[in-house]
Every structure is written in structure tokens, then in C-alpha cells.
Design a protein around this ligand. Sequence first.
Ligand code: HEM
Length: 571
Amino acid sequence: MVMAAFLCAIVGCVVLPIVALAAEISSGASHEQAWWGLSLPLLASMPSLEAGKAAMLLTALALIWICTMMIYWAAPGGNAWGRLPRPSSIPGPRGWPVIGCLMDMSGLAHVRLAELASACSARSLMAFSLGDTRVILTSVPDVAREILNSSAFADRPIKASARQLLFDRAIGFAPFGSHWRNLRRIAATHLFMPKRIAAHEHHRQHETTLMLNSIDDSMSLNGVVPLRMYLQRASLNNIMGSVFGRTYDFGRPCQEADKLQAMVREGFDLLGAVNWADHLSWFGGVFDLLRIKQRCDVLVADVKEFVQRIINEHKMQKSYEHKSDSDADFVDALLALDDSEKLSDADMIAVLWEMVFRGTDTTAILTEWILAEIILHPEVQVRLHAEIDSIATPAGELSERDLPKLPYLQAVIKEVLRMHPPGPLLSWARLAINDVHVAGHHVPAGTTAMVNMWAITHDSSIWAEPNVFKPERFLVGEGGQDIDIRGGDLRLAPFGAGRRVCPGRALGYATVQLWVARLLQRFSWSSHPDHPIDLSELLKLSCEMKYPLVACAMPRLCSDSQVVAGGKCLM
Ligand code: HEM
């Protein structure tokens, strides 16, 4: 009996309190709050206490700890909300004691959170806990606007992996302040200005032509096209060309290209993983099952070496002194900055790497979804072919200036962004800098805020038949609405909104439009009987197709003068 009580006490009073004590201390809790944990060594130093009495005392302490946890947990929103001095008025699920809703974040978190918000009648604003992290989430456009456009939410919570990978010095995770403002200004005036994006069109066109030729080759050789691979390669080359001024021939063995692809993949895995240690500070010290810390250390050393080498080459060649706008890459643009704006090499590495990282997956993932929906809707493909043919023959030149003349294409892209937003939870959350009111509720500083864009774009009170693919809903002439997707209308804001809206949206959108237009101009797309199209989702850093698209691409007719040896169209 005494033995059982003792064992129970050891588990309850030694393991749990030590773990929780570490959590409280490292999360900045006061020593008063952690009194019960500090009393352990005291108990241990009482040799005169009999084993039985010590076990009872420890059991009592464990019970007090468990009761405290249960009281925290009983609050709406769960344990992180229960720790507040004043109870919150925001409804929400309690989740599990200690871990809160952490389990709901694996798998399709956007779907699970939408279900929870409906179940708790908390679509406007829901409170929940991810371990010790207090979170609010909205699933309605008005409150999304309130959060995203508020200066109180101009900060972001940063994951340990993002900090380790230098992202706290880059735009996406830099804390709100002068460094972040300087980076945004540089991005807007030197990296993403429309003139600069237009000047790089020849580079995008060239990479698109190479992608189309590879697709043609794959079709001739294998009778099918594993589209994701070609999109990812084109996407990486596109961004590498704009950022570093170098591209790769992925068809040939090249160590540097392999290494770069592996580095990007590893970065996605590390940042996309739900790491419990980000929300339970003691967890990382005890379990690092995914070896995240160790893998980040290896990756960051590789990234520094890779990017620094390219910066050094640019410095030696002084290319930034004489290149024109259309030839200059991001490294040139950063090296040419005035002394007042200049970045250190360490900050340049962070900013440049973030561009490669952010710019690569989103465009490829979105294009893959678009092609999948087009193949599943042959009538949409027929109409797109007719629209594209009205401004260029299958072998004619299609420039980015032509894209605004393709309203149906724009409508198709918007409809895919609505049905499959690449960031269903807007990828990266926001953080309250100070106490603020949202939807009439008090939200304390330090609360993480999320927008469930997927729930908004699938809300039947906003979108008629939200699960039906209907590009016409965006065509004014056919009873639809012309919605601004750049952050002005929160019914469809796949690039976010407000101060931290995606700075690369114009570049990303221009790339996707050009790719889709030219993929359709050149080919007729259909599915292959052995590779049925499955629209299941997989949520990592972005939401991608769970089963990569494998399809057939039949070349459309091109004029005799455009045919080169081997029967290929020269475009
Ligand atoms: C289809 C393409 C893309 C989509 C759907 C997308 C989506 C997003 C979203 C939802 C955010 C968060 C916005 C917010 O918090 O309000 C974001 C931020 C960001 N995106 Fe994009 N993005 C795309 C392309 C790009 C490209 C091509 C780049 C750069 C080359 C880029 C760079 C960034 C950066 C640096 C941020 C952080 C901004 C900040 O915190 O100040 N994105 N993006």
C-alpha cells in the first residue's frame, strides 16, 4: 500500500511538477507561481521525515498541482486562457489539459479548427490553447479585417525553428519595429516594384519555355507528366534567377542544384512541422523527436555558406555598379543600397534566403491545383483555350501584357485560390503587441491571432455552393463579382492583408498567370487512367495536393514554321 502510494507520489510529484516547473520558469512565470516545484528540494532535504509521511506529503502536492491545472483548464479556451487574472469572454474549446488543442494542429488543421469554431458557436472569434500559447481565431471576414489591418497585430509569433534558421532577421518573422520597416521599404522600392517585376519578364518567359519543353519530352518518353516536379524546378529557377542571378539545368547531374533542392526541402519540413516545443517550453528539452534543433543547426550552416559565396561573387564582380534594371538581381539591388539603408551580410543572407524559401513552393503548389481543377472540368479548359487562342495562336507569343485580356483565366485562378488557398490559415500567424479589443472582446498582449481563410472561402453564407468549382462567380458580365484578392476584400484574401500582407504577391501572381496561360496555349490536358486525380489536401507550410498530379499533355497544333527537328514546337 505504502509502496503504491510512494510510486504514485513519485510520478505525480517528481515528474509532472519538474516538467511543469521548467515550463513556468522558462515561460517567465514568477517564482511564487512555481512554489510547489521549489518545495521539492526542500522536501528532499528533510531526512527526518519518514518515507510514508513524505509520500503522503508529495501526493498532496501532486493533487494541488493537478487541481490547479484543472482550474486553468476549466476556462473557455482551455488552460492558457485560464491563467489570465480575469476570465475571458471569448468562447472556445478547452482541448486537453496541459496541451490544449495541440493535437488538432496536425493533419488538416484548417478543417478541424473550422469544425471546432462551429461546434462552439465561435465563428466570429474563438479562443483556444496550444500548450501555454493563447490563441484567437476568426472565421468571418469582418473580424479578419479587424485583426489583419490592426497595428496591434503587426507582429508575428516566431517558432524556434524559424529563429534558428535566421528568419527573425528577415521580413516574415522580424519583430515589428525599425528593422522590419526598413526591410519592407527595401522590398517595396527595390525588389518588388512593378517596373522591376516587368523588367524580369524575359527571364520568366525563358524558364517557362524550358518547362514546357521538358513536359513535352516527358510526354514523348513516358506518356505522362509528373507536373509537380517540373513546376518546382521552374519555380526554383525563377526565384533563383530573380534573387541570385543564377539558374540550373535540372535535367543534368549538378551537385549545387541537388544541394539547393535538398536545402529548400529541408527548410519546408522544418518550418512546416508542428513542434510542440514552440508551445510547451519544457517539451523541447525533454523530447526532440523530429531532431528539429539539430537539423536546423546543420541547415543554417549550409545556407550561410551557400548564400555568402554568392554575395562574395557579386561583390568581387561589382556587378551591381553597372547592371541595368532588367539584369540586376536581388543581391545586386541589396548591394547597391545607400549607406543609410545598407544591410549587414548576415541580414542579407536572411532576407535573400527567405525570398527563395517563400517564393518557391507557393507558386508551384497553386499552379498544380489550377491544372488539376482544369483537367477535372473539361468545359473550363475548352473556354480557356478559346480565350487564349483569341489573342495568340498555340505557337504565337504570349506576353505578360496580354494577361489582363484574359478575364476567364483570371476568374479560374481566383476560383482555385478560393477553393484551395495555399495558406488556409494564412501560413503565418500574427501576435498582439498590446492589449486590444477584437469583435468586442478584450484580447491581452501576447495573444497569437489566426485567420481561417479556408473557412471564410467555404462559407455558404458568403459563397453560393462553396464546394462547387464555378469560375463564373468572378465574372461581372455573368452575374459574378470582381473581387480584389490583394487584401482589399477579406472574403478572399489568400495573400493576407494589412501591414504584413504578402510583399511578393504581384510577382507570385504574375508567374502563376503566365505559367497557366502558356501551359494551356501549348497543350491540351487530360487525366491518365492509371493516375486518377485526387483533390485530397496535405497541410504542411502550405496546403498542397496530397497525391501529386500526374497527367497527359497533348501538344496543340502549331504552324509549320514553328516546328523544329523532332516535331517539337519552338516557343
Ligand atoms: C501564390 C503565391 C503566394 C501566396 C499565396 C502567398 C501568401 C502569403 C501569405 C498568406 C502571407 C501572410 C500575410 C499576412 O500575414 O497577412 C505571406 C507573407 C509573405 N510572403 Fe507571400 N505568398 C505568395 C508568394 C510570395 C512570393 C513569390 C514571395 C517572395 C519572393 C513572398 C514573400 C512573402 C514574405 C516575405 C512574407 C512576409 C511578410 C511580412 O511578414 O511582412 N510570397 N505570403
